[in-house]
Design a protein around this ligand. Structure first.
Ligand SMILES: C[S@@+](CC[C@H](N)C(=O)[O-])C[C@H]1O[C@@H](n2cnc3c(N)ncnc32)[C@H](O)[C@@H]1O
Length: 292
């Protein structure tokens, strides 16, 4: 079976459906923040990644592919990057950007990272904010481990708690003053951005998934959340925890839109800088080894 046939044979989970149907269009609309804004964060992380020239790398949940292209540059022409995401709508951008940048040692594959039958041929497996959305984190992390040679390294970047990430949490607090919290049956993209914030839980997940040498490093950085206040308010109402509250409230949210937007604008004003709206964020850089 070819890679494409293997992928086509797998049924999509409800979360993968949600990413494709609901989030891809939103992420494309807000690409300038999700790529440009988060790059400020990963600039702190990339210089310390354990990646060498010639390495074979997997980027799991690569989204628009900007980290995969950066990894392809780091490993150089004697290495390669397999960039995997469950949304073809993101991968198109990765292929186009890699071509435009003249980077030819990266390939983009549509697949569910939790179940794709990887070959154990890679030195390094990376994921920036992808693993937090796995339906079954242990199964997903274990499957990522199967892409590694014995001794290969996995590094994932996951958000710390909501209180450490005002760029996601502050807007939610404001929106909840006007709208009800999402109900139990709310449609979601998976466990969510803060699901791997607890180092004790994640350590256990990684141990059960078969990793050794587990280490956490706190990374504090600023992220860009809008060109100006209107851009930042619209971003918050579309994506992330505030966006989820707004989306789930449906008609009520539309009716109260102006009040909510004004309150958010007032709250975010203190983060406005000459180059845009900039807020604090904090993540864990989690590193673990495949003992083989
Ligand atoms: C928050 S985005 C991060 C994207 C990118 N890594 C970045 O840092 O910009 C999470 C990504 O994980 C992908 N994703 C979520 N669950 C996945 C799964 N089970 N298999 C493959 N990709 C998945 C989503 O499609 C999305 O592109």
């Amino acid at each position: 079976m070819s890679d494409a046939q293997v992928v086509a044979a797998q049924p999509r989970s409800q979360y993968v459906e949600f990413w494709n149907n609901i989030l891809v269009p939103k992420f494309v609309r807000w690409r300038h923040i999700l790529v440009g804004g988060l790059t400020l964060h990963s600039q702190r992380i990339f210089p310390s990644l354990q990646v060498n020239k010639g390495d074979k790398v997997v980027d799991a949940g690569c989204g628009f592919g900007d980290t995969a292209i950066e990894l392809a540059r780091l490993v150089g022409p004697s290495g390669s990057v397999l960039a995997v995401d469950c949304c073809e709508g993101f991968l198109e951008y990765g292929r186009r950007d890699a071509r435009a940048a003249g980077v030819s040692n990266v390939s983009f594959l549509e697949a569910d990272v939790q179940t794709y039958p990887f070959r154990p041929a890679h030195d390094f497996c990376f994921s920036r904010f992808g693993t937090q959305f796995f339906e079954n984190p242990v199964a997903g992390l274990r499957n990522m481990r199967t892409c590694l040679k014995p001794g290969g390294i996995m590094t994932m970047v996951v958000w710390r708690g909501v209180k450490d990430n005002p760029w996601l949490g502050h807007a939610k607090e404001i929106v909840l003053q006007y709208l009800p919290a999402p109900g139990e049956n709310a449609q979601t993209c998976g466990p969510g951005p803060f699901s791997m914030a607890d180092t004790g839980v994640v350590t256990k997940q990684l141990e059960i998934a078969g990793y050794s040498d587990i280490a956490f490093e706190q990374v504090d950085a600023q992220v860009f959340v809008g060109n100006d206040l209107d851009d930042a308010v619209a971003f918050q109402l579309a994506i992330g925890p505030a966006g989820e509250v707004y989306r789930e409230a449906g008609k009520l949210a539309e009716e109260r839109h102006d009040k909510i937007a004004n309150a958010l604008k007032t709250a975010l004003a203190k983060y406005q800088r000459p180059n845009g709206v900039i807020m604090d964020s904090s993540s864990w850089k989690v590193t673990a080894k495949n003992p083989g």
